[in-house]
Design a protein around this ligand. Structure first.
Ligand SMILES: Nc1nc2c(c(=O)[nH]1)N[C@H]1C(S)=C(S)[C@@H](COP(=O)(O)OP(=O)(O)OC[C@H]3O[C@@H](n4cnc5c(=O)[nH]c(N)nc54)[C@H](O)[C@@H]3O)O[C@H]1N2
Ligand SMILES: Nc1nc2c(c(=O)[nH]1)N[C@H]1C(S)=C(S)[C@@H](COP(=O)(O)OP(=O)(O)OC[C@H]3O[C@@H](n4cnc5c(=O)[nH]c(N)nc54)[C@H](O)[C@@H]3O)O[C@H]1N2
Ligand SMILES: [Mo]
Length: 761
């Protein structure tokens, strides 16, 4: 596509609506899959069909003819694309020249078609047979003096079956090194919530949206990243349920939305106002805000109103008094200064919460990707517990997960810190002694690569090197590895920034037919509400020389562990056998898997907090104390900004669909910086001035990104936003959530370096 000139304007329409319909049609056209794509869209998220490869939001309970959204359609279109990356393509381009191309360009080349090996002599990728590819991996893994020198990455599109076998193979090989996309994502949920309610997952199911009397959406850009949830929000608002949105950016869809699947609204150009309260929070101001709301509740309770659920608190919880004492001691001036929210609005929000008999709190990366992300989530749990919002219809905590199966992958064993009980199960079912020592999460894996300890990197999906912090060091570290393996559908940065030896192994995608010895196979995924469903592709695979992720994992296992007694070949032939083993390893939640999965709607995994059962050490739901109001703790110089690195409307993580971001009014440019206009003027910057950003840090590493155009945008003061992954070079490796190790990508301390200064430097 021709480069078009950048354009910035204010998007004044409701989100969704015809804009979304048009964008859906456009992407099908661009990928030349109008017929095939439309057909496939009809069976997406339908019983007997396949699961949308985009986000982890569940299917609705109600029946609809179409069950996809604009961004699901894009995800499918780029997967079903007619474009192909062939051996001729690789013969034309050296890998050095490919590494100069943008992420957008790399992905745009289309689907990978056959296994390739990097040839250092010519600097080209050249074809390799599948057997030789497996043997190459086996040779490297067998040669390592310590299995902990290999890093086994997983991205959340991988099926339960593939992830499960991968976790068994890697443990049989001898390590727990499982860096994973969730380590950069909802790990604060997985590590923070168990201390609160005994489980690191969401506690609502879809039908709870129909019974909620108030919904909070905190730090999550629903209209872009889980658009199907917009239906739930629209339905709630039409019934008069208040929605509180807490976000430093007035995300368009959360302000006003037209449901593309509502024919009347579409025909009449109607729309629904979504946020009844838009809380324009400062970056990192959520703790101060939520404590402010709680303070009001305590005040009103003390004044004689019946607001708190004392029965729930007394019967089910521990730690209430300390949290209460901390909250009431907070000073209003500090609360409003740090959150950026006036007392009046905090009181209005408190009133919404006070009146609601069932409240849902949804949250996303705006909460998790902070240095105290996990603790912040625990405060959200405190907030919900005050009114007994666990184990009650219409209520609960709802981490809005990212990748379609990121939650499932964790459930079936992608975990660098496995419990002893789980390892015992693996030992008993598979007959080998798994390693007990904890392995690496994503940040630790990169550190091991930087230190030179790690030698081999295998990526089951994803684009680790582009998604992780500290881009420059990550690239260097990747290039020093002995072997890198990308198991993928599309070409990406991780294939052109590679180790001394490198392999690209192309896979059958979710939407495609996967035929094995016992016939056509299906796989399963677990959505963000713990519902497990089957997914069966319907399109012909992009090439005859693709393999399923499951087959690839099994054959790598066979080549690396020649003496393994695990029947890897059998699993390739019949995925039902894998599900039987999952049931054996997880008898508590996956008992009768084979039977249960026959239900076209799937089945819910057990979520004990839903029946007020708390699997915490003290058997209670715990109010957890986190003193203070935060945010200002890390201001190190007066001119500092907090930078939030976010997704545009036209990307899926590191996959860029286009360089535009419709709802934020940005066209044909991703090197932008959203900033408050008056603050820009105060800093002496012109409109649309091109500037550089530098990270403020004390580790002696200089991090800088040039060529960013400043765009006037209603941001709070002291806050900047720009796009991931372009701004990842600014994210220090050591800047992460204290409890979970998740990179604090939503709050990077930066300074602006004006253009003039940049040119001098
Ligand atoms: N189309 C599409 N869908 C996706 C993805 C995609 O890239 N494209 N990615 C998938 C994945 S892996 C994930 S994890 C999810 C991500 O979905 P989201 O959680 O929505 O992630 P982000 O776009 O990174 O932005 C989160 C929001 O947090 C806000 N924010 C930033 N800082 C703060 C803060 O301090 N406080 C508060 N309250 N808010 C803040 C930002 O303004 C932004 O609106 O989406 C999934 N779905
Ligand atoms: N600064 C900053 N950094 C971030 C974030 C942020 O908000 N800000 N967000 C973080 C988050 S939430 C996440 S989840 C990570 C994402 O990190 P990853 O999950 O590693 O990245 P993706 O971009 O989703 O991976 C895309 C690649 O997956 C491959 N792929 C697609 N479909 C399939 C499939 O079906 N099978 C296989 N085997 N491969 C497939 C394609 O080749 C594609 O290039 O990034 C994190 N990094
Ligand atoms: Mo994510």
């Amino acid at each position: 596509m021709a480069e078009e000139t950048p354009r910035y304007e204010t998007y004044t329409h409701p989100a969704g609506g015809w804009g979304a319909a048009k964008a859906t049609a456009k992407v099908l056209l661009e990928q030349s899959v109008v017929g095939k794509g439309s057909r496939a869209l009809l069976s997406m998220n339908k019983p007997g069909g396949f699961k949308c490869p985009s986000c982890a939001f569940p299917d609705p309970d109600r029946e609809k003819t179409l069950e996809f959204c604009e961004n699901g359609a894009k995800a499918l279109a780029v997967e079903a694309t007619k474009k192909r990356v062939t051996r001729e393509f690789f013969a034309t381009h050296t890998v050095s020249s490919l590494s100069e191309q943008s992420d957008y360009w790399l992905e745009e080349q289309g689907r990978l078609t056959e296994p390739m090996r990097y040839d250092a002599a010519t600097d080209h990728y050249v074809p390799i047979s599948w057997d030789d590819a497996y043997e190459t991996i086996g040779r490297h893994l067998r040669a390592l003096d310590d299995p902990n020198r290999a890093e086994f990455y997983t991205s959340g599109r991988t099926s339960n079956e593939a992830a499960f076998l991968y976790s068994i193979f890697v443990r049989a090989y001898g390590t727990n090194n499982f860096p994973d996309c969730s380590n950069m994502c909802h790990e604060p949920t997985s590590r923070g919530l168990p201390a609160s309610v005994g489980m690191g997952k969401g506690t609502i199911v879809m039908s709870d949206f129909d019974h909620a009397e108030a919904i909070f959406v905190i730090g999550q850009n629903t209209g872009t990243n889980s658009p199907r949830m917009m239906s739930n929000l629209v339905h709630a608002r039409k019934k008069g349920v208040p929605i509180v949105v807490v976000n430093p950016m007035p995300e368009r869809a959360l302000i006003r939305f037209t449901e593309p699947q509502d024919p009347i609204q579409m025909a009449t150009f109607g729309s629904t106002a979504i946020a009844s309260e838009f809380v324009h929070i400062r970056i990192g101001g959520d703790l101060a805000f939520i404590k402010g709301v709680m303070k009001v509740l305590f005040e009103r309770q003390d004044a004689g109103e019946a607001i708190l659920d004392h029965e729930f608190i007394a019967q089910h919880t521990s730690g209430f008094d300390a949290v209460r004492a901390d909250v009431v001691s907070q000073d209003w001036a500090e609360i409003t200064r740090i959150s950026g929210i006036g007392e009046e609005q905090i009181r209005r929000v408190a009133d919404i919460y006070a009146r609601s008999r069932a409240t849902i709190v949804c949250y996303g990366m705006g909460i998790t990707q902070h240095q105290q992300g996990a603790r912040m989530i625990q405060q959200l749990a405190n907030f919900l517990m005050l009114k007994g919002n666990f184990g009650k219809q219409g209520a609960g905590i709802a981490p809005i997960r990212g990748h379609s199966n990121v939650q499932g992958d964790r459930t079936v064993g992608i975990d660098e810190k496995p419990t002893a009980a789980y390892l015992d199960q693996v030992r008993d079912v598979f007959g080998f002694e798994p390693p007990r020592e904890h392995g690496h999460h994503a940040i630790e894996a990169l550190q091991a690569m930087i230190d030179g300890h790690a030698k081999v990197f295998i990526g089951l999906g994803g684009n680790f090197v582009r998604a992780i912090s500290e881009t420059e060091l990550a690239y260097e570290a990747m290039r020093r590895l002995d072997l890198t393996v990308g198991i993928a559908t599309k070409l990406n940065r991780g294939h052109v920034v590679h180790g001394r030896e490198a392999l690209i192994l192309p896979v059958i995608a979710r939407s495609e037919i996967d035929r094995q010895k016992s016939g056509e196979q299906f796989i399963t995924i677990e959505d963000a509400m713990s519902n497990v469903t089957a997914s069966k592709g319907i399109l012909a695979p992009a090439s005859d020389d693709l393999r399923s992720e499951i087959e690839i994992v099994c054959r790598i296992a066979r080549a690396s562990l020649p003496d393994s007694t695990i029947p890897w070949e059998d699993y390739i032939g019949d995925y039902g056998l894998i599900r039987d083993r999952i049931a054996d390893v997880y008898p508590g939640i996956y008992k009768d898997f084979a039977e249960k999965i026959k239900d076209p709607k799937g089945f819910h995994l057990d979520v004990p907090p839903r029946r007020r059962e708390w699997r915490t050490p003290n058997g209670k739901a715990n109010f957890l104390l986190f003193q203070g109001l935060l945010v200002d703790d890390d201001v190190t110089e007066p001119g500092m900004f907090r930078l939030s690195t976010i997704r545009s409307h036209d990307q899926f993580n590191t996959t860029i669909y286009s360089n535009s971001d419709r709802y934020r009014g940005v066209y044909n440019d991703r090197m932008v910086l959203f900033m408050n206009a008056s603050e820009r003027a105060e800093r002496g910057l012109a409109e649309k001035e091109v500037i550089s950003l530098e990270t403020i840090s004390e580790d002696g590493i200089s991090r800088r990104v040039d060529g960013l155009t400043v765009i006037d945008y209603p941001m709070p003061r002291g806050a900047l936003a720009g796009y991931y992954p372009e701004l990842n070079p600014l994210l220090p490796l050591g800047h992460f959530d204290e409890i979970s190790g998740t990179p604090a990508a939503k709050s990077i301390p930066v300074r602006i370096v004006a253009k003039a200064a940049a040119e001098v430097a």
